[in-house]
Design a protein around this ligand. Structure first.
Ligand code: HSE
Length: 427
């Protein structure tokens, strides 16, 4: 059967790192796409509010405008690619593009996490598509794999390293013993960090991606504010060192566990045993481990940050829309988000205490009073001013009990600075 070439015209809003990379990749790989899919993808225009970007557009030989509505309202454009980021005005551009009859491709995880349900329901009402492969894990075709490849599967558990910047920082701290601020500076220089790195560091970027994955894996759009989230700002070289001594690496992990229709979600630094692929995720790579039925365990690994790798995901969405006119999306289901405070987990705890008789007994008494059993305890070398780190690993303990116990322990006169507590996963 002979097939005819199909021409699709694209408008790109946002000429930042990812926008520029998408333009370059469309130009560079356009012939590949045409040969494989018979699609001719034409860039009808690029838009950026920063007029200085006009020079870049002219170097790339693509028409430039600083008015997004020139693209949104252009009847000759089929697909709008939103790469502005942030909630507004990106949300308005997407909704107006859908109302103007355009399909939309976006990498905007914050917007999808906050308003994904409304945006997808507007798209359905307008019989248009919103595709967002690039919003989670950059180049890894994770969304397509979950939505299409695993269409028959139930996901029981998801563990994900979803943020390249924080993984890079923790990896540099672990590998070359850089302190946090030096490692962050390097991540910025390499272009991994967002404009505002606190989104990465505080775990919000991971949280947004976990919310999107919760919809795709479990059929629920959790409110980001309802998901307990902790970033890596409190992780010190000392903890990385002690974790390594015990055979663990510290990673910022997104965790989802479903039992029947109840779902536990969280984002937090986690000790993961060395040797597990998640624990060995290096540099700015992302990795996602899924426990599914009937497909079993699956692991996805690849570049999760950076414009060039992410451009591959954006183009894959454009081709899906242009070629198939559809993307497979999950329907919402009756899944209930659980309060995590009764969840049990093992914990790594570090106390900084005066080295004098009876301190360990005081700490143990408080832990016992909260039903927390100690699996191991090590007293490290004495530091300055007679202060000594004590590192404990607990057996499974309830999160709420740990918090309450540490509050009491931190109030003891012998405790010299707030205790550090990090979850552990056996995996
Ligand atoms: N800042 C993100 C990261 C990349 O470091 O993974 C975009 O999601």
């Amino acid at each position: 059967m002979s097939q005819e070439q199909v021409i699709k015209r694209i408008g790109i809003i946002g000429l930042g790192t990812v926008g520029e990379a998408v333009v370059r990749s469309l130009i560079r790989y356009g012939a590949n796409i045409k040969r494989r899919s018979l699609l001719s993808l034409q860039i009808a225009g690029v838009c950026d509010k920063r007029s200085a970007k006009a020079h870049l557009a002219s170097r790339l030989s693509v028409p430039f405008t600083s008015d997004p509505y020139k693209l949104i309202n252009d009847p000759g454009i089929d697909i709008i690619v939103e790469l502005v980021g942030g909630i507004e005005p990106a949300g308005t551009y997407i909704c107006d593009a859908l109302r103007a009859g355009k399909h939309v491709v976006t990498a905007n995880k914050a917007l999808l996490a906050e308003r994904g349900r409304d945006i997808l329901s507007l798209a359905a009402k307008q019989s248009r598509i919103v595709a967002f492969e690039a919003s989670v894990c950059g180049a890894i075709p994770l969304i397509k794999s979950i939505s299409e490849g695993l269409v028959a599967c139930e996901v029981n558990k998801l563990y994900g390293i979803l943020n390249g910047t924080t993984n890079y920082i923790l990896w540099r701290m672990e590998k070359d013993k850089l302190d946090f601020s030096k490692a962050l500076k390097e991540a910025k220089l390499k272009g991994f960090a967002e404009r505002n790195p606190s989104i990465d560091i505080e775990g919000r970027d991971t949280l947004y991606k976990l919310c999107i994955l919760s919809y795709l894996c479990f059929g629920i759009w959790p409110k980001p504010a309802d998901v307990p989230t902790e970033g890596i700002g409190n992780i010190s070289l000392l903890d990385i060192f002690y974790a390594q001594e015990m055979g663990y690496n510290i990673k910022l992990l997104a965790v989802a566990k479903r039992i029947k229709n109840r779902l536990q979600l969280g984002v937090h630094p986690t000790l993961i045993p060395e040797g597990h692929p998640l624990s060995e995720t290096s540099s700015s790579y992302n990795s996602v481990y899924l426990d599914t039925e009937p497909a079993g365990d699956l692991l996805f690994y690849g570049k999760g940050a950076g414009g060039v790798p992410t451009s591959s995901a954006v183009i894959s969405d454009i081709v899906d829309i242009a070629f198939y006119g559809k993307v497979v999306m999950r329907r919402e289901e009756k899944v209930v988000l659980e309060n995590n405070k009764d969840n049990a987990s093992r914990y790594y705890v570090r106390f900084m205490t005066k080295d004098c008789p009876g301190v360990l007994a005081q700490i143990s008494r408080i832990l016992a009073s909260k039903d927390i059993s100690i699996a191991s305890v090590t007293q490290k070398q004495r530091g300055r001013k007679n202060i000594v780190p004590i590192v404990m690993v607990t057996h499974d303990a309830k999160e709420d009990n740990i918090r309450k116990a540490l509050k009491r322990i931190d109030a003891l006169p012998s405790i010299k600075c707030p205790s550090r507590v990090i979850k552990m996963e056996s995996l």
